[in-house]
Design a protein around this ligand. Structure first.
Ligand code: CTP
Length: 417
């Protein structure tokens, strides 16, 4: 396939016109200013897979390699094509924003890992050297953007053939050890791209999964975020479970087939819906440890904690003859994702129905009257106002009042009692 792919034609067929114009322009400006410029990473892979690509990654190289080539190239490009350039990261990569098109630009580099899970030290390299540092062969294909070679594929690792055979494979057996975040990336790529893992790669991954324990909390959270943001996160999580990856994040953290079945019903809740599903089986202590292990932001931490709290209250919800007001008081204030996770996971019909009722209806119930309305009706200022508001809410929840007029009559009755 490699020799027969007409990449220039595939790119012009699949990429939006403004993106194609940008890539052609980058190659021309690069050639005019002494830079070799390549399209690399996910966009090359996605064009070859005929999938909608994300944002482009460019790689630049100079005859005499230096680490700041990307920054100088981006500033030059912004000067000619317009746009703004971010400050360089610790690896010398920059982001160029051209009218909302965000382009990652990196200097061709080699990486050395001092210890598993640590960030690498980098030094400038050739394009071949750069390809070797990458995670998977399918992500290690470069496309030359120089005007006289536009579309030429550089594929030292056999990525094009792996795409053809739908194989996910690392470039060398230390890949997962060097960078354990690649275990998460594998779990994401397999379902999204429809790839299966080569046996050698799978053996490497399973052998290296323990190195995830060395990753910082922020790096683990970033990988979790990316997994939960996948189009079908439940499939990525099922792979993560199968690889022993979740257990390596926190002993006891796991994803079950029941969660996989339940997840599509909670898709519209976004990433936090699946996060709640993931937390359903955790003990209170493990929930707190999980939040700490991923340095969870406040909203994530409440979803995790509330999911466990809702589980502890489930038995109360199965009680026959429960009023809506009682359901409200059991679930009131819980994160909606926590309630929904249990609504889609609970098999017991009465409980599941009450969780759904709370999520769909009860949590939106409010009295029509507010504190000012009560004062205007002659209720004296003080704790009685709050008491009456609570009473109105309960009456609303239980269907004893259904209009503003009903509420006013209830207040009048209480005032004259
Ligand atoms: N990369 C890597 N190892 C990592 C992260 C990234 O080798 N741990 C390389 C891969 O070549 C990848 C490129 O950097 O293709 C860009 O990384 P990223 O933007 O995270 O991935 P994409 O390939 O763009 O994938 P996605 O579709 O998930 O965005």
């Amino acid at each position: 396939m490699s020799n027969t792919v007409d990449m220039a034609r595939l790119m012009s067929k699949q990429l939006p016109r403004h993106l194609m114009a940008f890539l052609v322009g980058s190659g021309v400006q690069g050639a005019n200013n002494g830079f070799q410029v390549y399209l690399v990473g996910g966009m090359v892979r996605d064009v070859l897979l005929n999938r909608r690509p994300g944002d482009p990654d460019l790689l630049v190289q100079e005859t005499v390699p230096t680490m700041d080539a990307a920054e100088r190239f981006a500033i030059m490009l912004a000067g000619t094509l317009g746009g703004s350039v971010s400050a360089p990261s610790q690896f010398g990569t920059v982001k160029l924003d051209v009218d909302g098109l965000v382009v990652d630009i990196a200097t061709a580099r080699r990486e050395t890992y001092e210890s598993p899970g640590a960030l690498p030290s980098v030094r400038p390299a050739t394009i071949e050297g750069d390809q070797y540092r990458r995670d998977f062969t399918v992500n290690a294909i470069a496309v030359d953007l120089a005007p006289n070679r536009f579309g030429t594929i550089l594929d030292h690792a056999g990525g094009v053939e792996d795409i053809e055979h739908r194989v996910l494979a690392v470039l060398h057996d230390k890949s997962f050890q060097d960078d354990p975040t690649r275990c998460f990336r594998a779990a994401r790529y397999m379902p999204r791209l429809g790839l299966h893992m080569s046996m050698v790669t799978e053996t490497d991954l399973r052998r290296s999964v323990g190195a995830v324990a060395e990753l910082s909390a922020d790096r683990v959270r970033h990988e979790m975020e990316r997994m939960l943001a996948e189009p079908a996160p439940e499939q990525a999580l099922a792979h993560a479970e199968d690889f022993g990856l979740l257990n390596a994040v926190l002993p006891g953290l796991s994803w079950s087939p029941a969660m996989t079945r339940a997840a599509p019903a909670i898709r519209d809740a976004g990433p936090l819906g699946c996060l709640a599903l993931l937390a359903t089986h955790l003990s209170k202590e493990d929930a707190a440890k999980f939040a700490e292990r991923i340095n969870a932001p406040a909203q994530w931490a409440s979803v995790i904690e509330d999911t466990v709290t809702v589980r502890e209250r489930l038995h109360e919800l199965s009680d026959e003859g429960l009023t809506s007001a009682r359901v409200y008081s059991i679930l009131g204030g819980m994160a909606s994702e926590a309630v929904r996770a249990w609504a889609v996971l609970t098999e017991e019909e009465v409980t599941a129905g009450r969780l759904r009722d709370y999520y769909e209806r009860l949590r939106h119930v409010h009295p029509a009257l507010n504190g000012d309305d009560l004062l205007a009706l002659g209720v004296p200022e003080g704790p009685f106002v709050g008491e009456l508001l609570r009473e109105l809410l309960i009456a609303r929840l239980n269907g004893a009042v259904s209009s503003r007029g009903d509420e006013e009559s209830l207040v009048q009755r209480r005032l004259s009692a």
